[in-house]
Ligand binder design. Structure first.
Ligand SMILES: Cc1cc2nc3c(=O)[nH]c(=O)nc-3n(C[C@H](O)[C@H](O)[C@H](O)COP(=O)(O)O)c2cc1C
Length: 208
């Protein structure tokens, strides 16, 4: 293993919106990848508060039906204009539904609270730190799914869908949904990505 392998994996991870259902691997490989994320991604004070739920096939489709329904409620109440829903949101949600699966990332507050109490001086930091660790799990999964041959994109329909998701899959209601990663067979190349100059974004001092 070399650092070049890592850089290559990082370069391969991109946002892909057009996703299909030709899986390059058996579902057990996806589960192995999730287990590897859970076992190897670090958390502050080793709190291990991240929870991951994988929805495949019909269960994945259900999630995007639930999200569509939740949006329907917003349209009914007037919070979201109907035209916008029809022309923008709905096609996007239908596109996600055509993918292979969705990974849901949560934080379990019951595993953060005892640390807040024990280390009162850091109390305000534990939640942001939990979010950082959660994001590390997301990055691991995003990169790993691409390495398996999938494409993926990251979505945030929380907290709109939190209660319906907890109900549908009988998950603890206190789990906080952080992000949804949609994945499937890549059906289009990633879009153009512009980069701000590295010199603006990196400083190195003391290099010899
Ligand atoms: C923390 C984070 C949140 C994001 N949220 C969304 C999102 O809600 N919806 C979406 O379509 N893309 C989302 N993205 C994708 C970014 O727009 C995308 O990663 C960025 O434009 C760079 O493109 P790339 O992923 O192809 O490198 C998110 C990315 C990150 C890192």
């Amino acid at each position: 293993m070399t650092v070049e392998n890592l850089v290559q994996l990082a370069q391969n991870r991109r946002t892909i919106y057009q996703l299909g259902r030709d899986s390059p691997v058996p579902d057990s490989k996806i589960e192995e990848l999730v287990n590897a994320a859970i076992l190897n991604v670090p958390s502050s004070f080793n709190t291990q508060s991240t929870r991951i739920v994988v929805l495949l096939h019909a269960e994945h489709e259900k999630l995007w039906d639930i999200t569509t329904e939740a949006f329907g409620g917003l349209v009914m109440s007037g919070a979201v204009p109907e035209e916008m829903f029809k022309n923008q949101t709905l096609p996007k949600l239908q596109g996600f539904k055509k993918a292979y699966g969705t990974v849901l990332f949560f934080e379990d507050p019951s595993h953060i609270k005892p640390f807040k109490e024990k280390f009162a001086a850091f109390a305000n930091h534990f939640e942001p730190w939990a979010d950082h660790s959660n994001a590390m799990h997301q990055y691991f999964m995003w990169t790993g799914l691409e390495a398996l041959g999938f494409g993926a994109n990251l979505q945030h329909y929380n907290p709109l869908i939190d209660s319906a998701v907890a109900k549908e899959w009988d998950l603890p209601t206190e789990w906080r949904l952080i992000a949804q990663m949609v994945f499937g067979s890549p059906e289009a190349a990633p879009g153009e990505k512009t980069q701000k100059p590295i010199e603006e974004r990196v400083k190195v001092f003391g290099k010899q």
